[in-house]
Design a binder for this molecule. Structure first.
Ligand code: ADP
Length: 403
């Protein structure tokens, strides 16, 4: 089964064409600057040269049209006709409390997603636009929605409720939702394979550390608690997001700087995190370079980031009464050995012992802890697209079996 995976951001679109019979990547690409001057598509069919196409794209429908043209192009494309694509899987950020797993898309699902827009005003509209464009352009291909929030729907009320009047949960669905669910689920399953233990028998702490970052406690393969909340702003310190702060700070900044709530919100999302503390960059490579050159604020930003990851690891060990493994992924988790060692340093009493030599390894999936470390430390290359494609294949096969 050939599955096209689509991930629409506000001005971008990532896609992968995967042959699910052997989970082989056939083609991939990225559209940037949708609706902005200078729209560009970079397409690669595996085994062929990368093609960059600059063309105005006013919306996601234009972008998807161009992606489809690229996929069937006789020179650099991947298929002869779009009919060869059996199904489309969409990444959708917010499924609210309605969706606890991936789902085949029909008119009702689209209505439900539209009802979730107030929960994810920046993310759900482009996701819906991508779904609608595919329905228009490939009406015969079944579509599946895979949600960033769904995996965390197994959290208990004591983990997802905020201590504000209960009526706000009832009236407005204000609660912790959690994000990066596709990645955390992937990490749990891959970690189980690497440890050669059934995921149902494991307590895991999965750390997705990229520009956005979150930690999840996973007990018996289910999300038990997670650091992101009502929105992806809560929890860890991130590249440009503040993570947990005292909510009074929001008013204080607004009042002292004479700026609106919306401006404070932008400041906390885009100008804070390690960028805000360091004043250097949101990129950890830049921060580590600056630190080596003696920049104290870059060093401080890295320490603040590491402290918060350690803080959640400790909290989740307490919540689950132990852990079998800590798993790292994301651009930082996978590649930044300095940050991994900072996070795992001085936790021997908790049973976490990183092996400095193993921490140097560049393999995609590997154990980094010493043999006598009670809690194992792992790193993996996450693959959210593959999770979406697997769910798409499974739901479409079930649908066809019912016919
Ligand atoms: P996104 O959340 O946008 O998908 P990624 O998971 O790609 O982000 O992570 C991006 C971050 O990973 C970069 O900002 C950078 O800080 C970090 N990163 C990537 N490669 C390295 C590396 N070799 N060393 C340190 N940090 C790295």
């Amino acid at each position: 089964m050939l599955v096209l995976v689509i991930n629409c951001g506000s001005s971008s679109l990532k896609y992968q064409l995967i042959q699910m019979d052997n989970e082989e990547l056939i083609a991939k690409g990225l559209v940037e600057r949708i609706g902005i001057e200078g729209s560009v598509l970079s397409h690669t069919t595996i085994g062929k040269e990368k093609k960059v196409i600059e063309s105005p794209m006013k919306d996601h429908e234009d972008a998807i049209k161009l992606v489809m043209e690229a996929l069937v192009d006789p020179e650099y494309g991947a298929v002869k006709s779009l009919d060869e694509i059996d199904a489309i899987g969409h990444r959708v950020v917010h499924g609210g409390e309605t969706y606890k797993s991936s789902v085949l898309i029909d008119d009702k699902v689209i209505k439900d997603l539209e009802a979730c827009i107030s929960l994810a005003p920046l993310h759900n509209p482009p996701n819906i636009a991508g779904i609608k464009a595919c329905r228009e352009l490939m009406p015969n291909a079944p579509e599946v929605a895979a949600f960033d929030t769904a995996f965390h729907q197994t959290m208990k009320p004591e983990a997802y409720l905020y201590a504000i009047p209960y009526r706000f949960y009832e009236k407005y669905a204000i609660r912790r939702y959690g994000f990066h669910g596709l990645s955390h689920m992937f990490m749990a399953n891959e970690a189980a394979k690497l440890l050669n233990v059934d995921v149902d028998d494991l307590k895991l702490i999965t750390c997705h550390l990229g520009n956005g970052a979150s930690v999840t406690a996973i007990k018996h393969g289910r999300s038990f608690d997670t650091s992101m909340g009502y929105t992806p702003l809560e929890g860890l310190v991130m590249g440009t997001r503040c993570g947990d702060i005292d909510p009074t700070i929001i008013d204080a900044i607004g009042e002292k700087e004479g700026i609106t709530d919306e401006e404070v919100n932008t400041l906390l999302n885009k100008e804070s995190g390690v960028l805000g503390i360091s004043g250097v960059s949101s990129d950890f490579r830049d921060l580590e370079k600056a630190m080596k050159e003696g920049n104290k604020r870059a060093e401080l930003a890295l320490k603040v980031f590491a402290r918060k990851v350690r803080f959640y690891i400790g909290a989740y060990i307490a919540e689950m009464n132990g852990a079998d493994a800590i798993v790292f992924t994301g651009g930082i988790g996978e590649n930044d050995k300095y940050m991994r060692s900072l996070i795992c340093s001085n936790m021997g009493n908790l049973g976490i012992k990183l092996d400095p030599a193993k921490n140097e390894k560049t393999d995609d999936a590997v154990i980094l802890s010493t043999d006598d470390s009670k809690i194992k430390v792992l790193k993996l290359a996450t693959n959210e697209e593959l999770v979406i494609a697997r769910d798409t294949k499974s739901l479409v096969e079930k649908m066809e079996a019912r016919k």
